[in-house]
Write a protein that binds this ligand. Structure first.
Ligand SMILES: NC(=O)c1ccc[n+]([C@@H]2O[C@H](COP(=O)([O-])OP(=O)(O)OC[C@H]3O[C@@H](n4cnc5c(N)ncnc54)[C@H](OP(=O)(O)O)[C@@H]3O)[C@@H](O)[C@H]2O)c1
Length: 309
């Protein structure tokens, strides 16, 4: 198939392009920068330069590419200031709202048969009831004030994509990425915070994190492109785990000192309400639906071994 990939040069794009090409697909990768054409060509894609926030540029790029499938992997996360969460995600939120609209409009104009978009499973679920959530469970009706805009942008993207009745709209709610090119890799922001003992367990550390190796994310995306049906899928590993479990285990793995433990009020002082929620309250996600419907399973079923790979 001919595939238009928005976000082709990022951590995900770099994993995804070679896998799509190996599966026999032709990939047109989008970037804002002329200088990154060569990166895309080395990965096996052809490159198109366009800004995702400009409707005309996106429309023209997609029209020229004439794809059968569009994949939306646009984010601009960079370094996150947890106390100013929505501010840190402001540009990503625009990519998830305006960027989604532009890609959908461009895809509709050329009649793409599938539209696959990136979403997130690791913190948006409601923080009530069971600890492991499926796609049928509600998203958080009362997120921390500093996360509202980001959750609204996620909801917007999911509703727009699954509501596009002229195509097979597929939303992949990825777990927290780790592995090459992510902030959870040697030299990455979060690993280095753990090494420097700047990533404490807050309160009871009962917040449940769902992780995903970036290579597994790419493989699930290929599966969705090839055989996904309209809907939302949690793409996470098999081992959702509380912070109090994974954080000390990862510190051990990195040869770092054991993480500090701080009470909630100290966590709130340094990381705000969002930090406390992420450490003590979020729920994990189940990948049963993705395994059944996409015929995918993670090669790194648990972060326990995956972090070492
Ligand atoms: N599920 C997760 O845990 C998750 C999800 C996303 C990101 N992350 C992590 O967050 C960290 C930083 O990621 P990042 O968001 O900075 O992503 P990134 O890996 O740099 O990728 C961002 C992609 O979006 C494209 N892009 C951004 N704005 C664009 C625009 N206006 N027009 C066209 N393309 C645009 C970039 O293309 P050009 O720069 O070439 O224009 C690039 O291909 C990484 O560690 C990543 O793993 C984690």
């Amino acid at each position: 198939m001919r595939i238009f990939l928005a976000g082709a040069t990022g951590a995900m794009g770099k994993q995804l392009v070679p896998r799509l090409v190996a599966a026999g697909h032709e990939v047109v990768g989008m970037t804002r920068s002329d200088g990154k054409r060569a990166v895309l060509e080395e990965l096996g894609a052809s490159a198109v330069v366009a800004d995702a926030l400009h409707a005309d540029e996106v429309g023209n790029a997609v029209a020229r590419a004439e794809p059968e499938v569009i994949i939306h992997q646009l984010t601009a996360i960079g370094s996150v200031d947890i106390r100013n969460f929505d501010r840190s995600f402001a540009l990503t939120n625009r990519l998830r709202t305006e960027g989604t609209d532009h890609l959908l409009a461009a895809g509709r104009a050329v009649g793409v048969r599938r539209f696959v978009a990136q979403s997130y499973a690791a913190w948006p679920y409601a923080r009530t009831g069971g600890t492991i959530k499926t796609e049928e469970d509600p998203l958080d009706p009362t997120p921390a004030p500093n996360m509202r805009e980001t959750l609204n942008a996620i909801r917007y993207l999911e509703t727009a994509v699954t509501g596009a009745d002229w195509t097979e709209g597929i939303v992949l709610r990825y777990g927290a990425f780790y592995g090459p090119g992510t902030s959870m890799s040697p030299g990455g922001e979060q690993f280095e915070m753990i090494r420097r003992r700047k990533f404490p367990v807050v309160g009871d550390g009962a917040g449940i994190w769902s992780f995903l190796h970036i290579a597994d994310a790419a493989e699930a995306t290929v599966a969705a492109v090839q055989r996904g049906r309209r809907g939302i899928y949690n793409v996470v590993d098999d081992d959702p785990a509380p912070v109090g479990d994974w954080l000390p285990a990862l510190a051990d793995r990195l040869g770092a000192p054991r993480p500090r433990r701080v009470p909630k009020f100290v966590g709130r002082l340094f990381a705000g309400e969002v930090g406390v929620v992420l450490m003590t309250d979020i729920r994990g996600a189940s990948n049963t639906g993705a395994k059944r419907e996409l015929g995918w399973k993670p090669r790194h079923p648990s972060w326990r071994e995956g972090f070492a790979s």
